[in-house]
Write a protein that binds this ligand. Structure first.
Ligand SMILES: [Zn+2]
Length: 213
């Protein structure tokens, strides 16, 4: 899985940096040794329009494994920025169906239907993780909706309200960080698709984007 890092300044600001993006260099998630910059790749991401962004890679100086460093507005292997998913979830939580949501957000019906379908299988796990972190940060709310999607939305808001610092102020970006990008993954920590797709640069004509496994 790629490594997510906090980015709260929006897609536009990130995209404008081009290859000059300088994300933190984390220790290797596999062996703990230091990592060094290791090129990167271009990738599309869409908020209200399509952007081409540079995703930096690091390589472990010990075991040699390479990892992509994704800003927190990116959902691994998805073209849409997480803010779009968040808007869709908010509307679905109010009872709106996937067709009117798709029309409102100008996204394909199949995309929105797929988001909501995948989320149905992860929502309990994801919400539990977000609430646990919010509680660890001192959140003490106790009146939660019982319906899964409204509950998730409250959890996202609760966590964002307690999140330290301001670099990742986007609530759904924080949810991406805390879940390791696994909001839509049926198995947290596992790639959504086979790694063989990585390396292909996807464009606006395709639905999803490739990220390093
Ligand atoms: Zn390593």
């Amino acid at each position: 899985m790629p490594i997510l890092f906090p980015w709260g300044l929006g897609v536009e600001a990130y995209a404008s940096l081009g290859r000059d993006v300088d994300p933190p260099r984390p220790a290797c998630p596999r062996c703990g040794d230091p990592t060094q910059r290791w090129s990167g790749y271009a990738r599309h991401v869409r908020d209200d329009r399509d952007h081409l962004i540079w995703v930096a890679r690091v390589r472990c100086t010990g075991c040699g494994v390479t990892q992509a460093l994704l800003p927190s507005f990116v959902l691994p292997r998805r073209w849409d920025a997480v803010a779009n998913l968040g808007k869709a979830v908010g509307l679905a939580a109010e009872g709106m169906g996937h067709r009117p949501i798709a029309a409102l957000l100008l996204r394909p019906e199949t995309t929105v239907r797929d988001w909501l379908r995948r989320l149905r299988s992860t929502v309990v796990t994801v919400t539990t993780a977000l609430l646990a972190r919010a509680v660890a940060l001192g959140w003490s709310g106790f009146e939660l909706p019982t319906a899964p999607l409204p509950r998730l939305c409250v959890a996202v808001g609760a966590l964002a309200g307690r999140w330290p610092g301001d670099r990742s102020a986007d609530p759904w970006g924080i949810a991406v960080l805390v879940t390791g990008g696994g909001l839509l993954a049926t198995n947290t920590g596992a790639p959504l698709e086979p790694a063989s797709r990585s390396g292909a640069m996807t464009g606006p004509s395709t639905e999803e984007a490739s990220d390093d496994p």
